[in-house]
Design a protein around this ligand. Structure first.
Ligand SMILES: [Zn+2]
Length: 391
């Protein structure tokens, strides 16, 4: 009998404890996706390609609701504790504060990467007897939500080419978080066949709207994607040029600041469609087999992003732009407006492009400032992130 009373009392205490824990210390009711939560809460979220802290905050703010005495005060709440740029994997402590700086919600967000990469490509190959068939012979397109260097992990099981016949093999890739994907291939080994040609392996950027996107020979746009928010930009030369809205707005600010400093800027080239880039590349290639060092293959040109301008003090592109008044002003100031020289001098081995002082890329102010301060290219920035993630 007494045991029953104790159990009942314990039950009541437990219920009270739970209610106390849920009771917000500020008297503000907090809801996440419609359900009441306490003022300290942990949430696990999967990383999606190009996820910035800004986007994360926006997403969280769209899911929470703060109610005080029946009044929704969510509009005055902002998030504190996040950083600039892309979100990293792991735990992030965010504070939701109201206008008087009092903390309403401590949110611990754990960003995970449990999504396996995707692996596609040619499944059958032909190779000569006695030749070697290795990973570089594979034609692959890969994608991963977090690890844009997942191509570095390509592994191919051994292919025995000593005798003619059909060989089965397996291709495996693994992202920084250890998620894997694999595909089976067949290699037809024949006496009358040559060595298998070197394949092309590319990482397909599945979130091309990301303003900080890395685009180069191995990191390509998906077929058919084109920006939908193009706007014309102001410049001192002739012709109409287009950029995506955010880049166009940032360009306008840069252009006005340059004007103040008596610098005029001509835009020579800007947004290009996939088919325009295709024709351009093919026309260079027709007369120069090395065209790939200065002209980008379709789906690899930053001009297809709508985030890039080629600029000049007249109507042509100049190697000496950097020593002109325009070039000097741009190198000192462009990052303040979110613009970087995408293919700098001395980084040719990293970017795989010759020095292009005229080619400016919009990446947003936080990233441009970071790259400027640390003398980094986009390739180096993403390689660094990738290294940090694997630590
Ligand atoms: Zn360019």
């Amino acid at each position: 009998m007494r045991k029953g009373i104790i159990a009942a009392l314990a039950g009541i205490v437990l219920v009270l404890a739970v209610l106390f824990a849920l009771r917000s210390t500020t008297g503000v009711e907090i809801r996440l996706d419609g359900s009441v939560i306490s003022d300290t809460y942990e949430e696990t979220m999967e990383y999606t390609q190009g996820m910035t802290y800004d986007a994360l905050e926006e997403q969280l703010l769209s899911r929470v609701q703060f109610i005080e005495d029946g009044t929704d005060i969510t509009a005055e709440v902002r998030v504190r504790g996040s950083q600039e740029g892309l979100v990293s994997l792991g735990t992030h402590e965010l504070e939701f504060v109201r206008s008087d700086d009092s903390v309403l919600l401590h949110l611990r967000v754990v960003i995970t990467d449990t999504t396996p990469p995707t692996l596609q490509g040619t499944a059958s190959y032909t190779a000569g007897t006695g030749t070697s068939f290795k990973a570089e012979n594979l034609d692959l397109q890969v994608y991963d939500n977090y690890d844009i260097y997942v191509l570095d992990s390509v592994q191919l099981s051994e292919v025995d080419t000593s005798r003619p016949g059909t060989q089965q093999a397996t291709v495996t890739i693994s992202d920084q978080s250890g998620n894997t994907a694999s595909m089976d291939i067949e290699v037809f080994v024949r006496d009358d066949a040559e060595e298998a040609p070197i394949g092309t392996q590319v990482f397909i950027q599945e979130e091309p709207d990301d303003l900080t996107l890395l685009l180069n020979a191995t990191h390509q746009l998906p077929d058919g994607w084109e920006p939908t928010d193009l706007e014309s930009v102001t410049h001192d030369g002739e012709g109409t040029h287009y950029l995506r809205k955010e880049a166009a707005d940032a360009w306008q600010k840069l252009y006005e600041a340059a004007k103040e400093a008596d610098i005029s800027i001509n835009v020579v080239s800007s947004f290009r469609t996939q088919s325009y880039q295709e024709n351009l590349f093919n026309s260079y290639l027709a007369v120069d087999p090395d065209a790939a060092t200065y002209s980008a293959a379709p789906r690899t040109s930053e001009h297809e992003l709508g985030l890039t301008l080629d600029i000049s003090y007249d109507h042509e592109l100049h190697d000496d732009l950097q020593t002109s008044a325009l070039g000097r002003w741009m190198s000192e100031n462009s990052y303040r407006y979110g613009w970087i020289v995408r293919y700098p001098q001395g980084k040719e081995d990293v970017t795989q492009y010759i020095y292009e002082p005229w080619h400016y890329r919009y990446v947003g102010v936080p990233l441009a400032t970071y790259l400027h301060a640390n003398d980094l290219t986009l390739e180096e920035y993403y390689a660094q992130r990738s290294e940090e993630a694997s630590r």
